[in-house]
Ligand binder design. Structure first.
Ligand code: FE
Length: 192
């Protein structure tokens, strides 16, 4: 819950004793949008270290590892927004790279754990992978480089709830079990 929401909630509690209908009215303004990224809740996604393991020009592919690769299957999807979440960016290049389930980066010409995807007309992207393993001293993470000609390039990292990273909320997502796959949503807001 963001600070503004807490303030609204406190006001709401105060109103409760006076007028339940007034409280309901206030609550309308505190209901988060489906993507939790509209209005005051829309922050630019923070940048983060690129690290030493990026390789440019990874192939375009939605599955970062071949089927049967050891590890917990993971699907990440999200929407790439313009600053202020006023619009979405179609055709944004989402370039990701990560360690495998044992915490090892691949540097072969197979680009395992590396790939690029483009956002669709609705600014949506998705890719499949495995949950990255730990390598000291890093928490689990996936590196992102997001590019669109109408926005600032963003280099950042994605972290997962339950893996202590010290990273801001905007870079930390929850994962939900869906059959044998974990799913998470990482919405990204690029600067102008
Ligand atoms: Fe890394």
């Amino acid at each position: 819950m963001r600070l503004t929401d807490k303030v609204f909630s406190l006001i709401c509690v105060g109103f409760l004793t006076l007028a339940a209908s007034g409280c309901g009215l206030l609550e309308i303004f505190t209901v988060p949008a489906p993507d939790s990224l509209t209005g005051e809740a829309c922050f630019l996604t923070p940048s983060d270290m690129e690290g030493p393991y990026y390789i440019a020009n990874a192939p375009f592919k939605e599955s970062l590892y071949p089927e049967g690769t050891p590890g917990q299957r993971l699907t990440i999807s999200g929407t790439v927004y313009t600053a202020g979440c006023a619009g979405v960016l179609a055709g944004a290049e989402v370039d990701v790279w990560q360690a495998d389930s044992t915490g090892v980066y691949d540097f072969s010409d197979q680009f395992l754990g590396r790939g690029r995807v483009l956002t669709d007309a609705n600014g949506r992207y998705t890719f499949e992978t495995v949950l990255p393993g730990l390598y000291q001293p890093r928490p689990r993470h996936i590196h992102f480089r997001v590019y669109h000609p109408d926005a600032s390039v963003l280099i950042t990292q994605l972290y997962f709830e339950g893996s202590v990273s010290g990273a801001p909320d905007e870079q930390t997502i929850a994962l939900e079990q869906d059959g044998d796959t974990l799913r998470g949503t990482f919405n990204i807001v690029l600067g102008p």
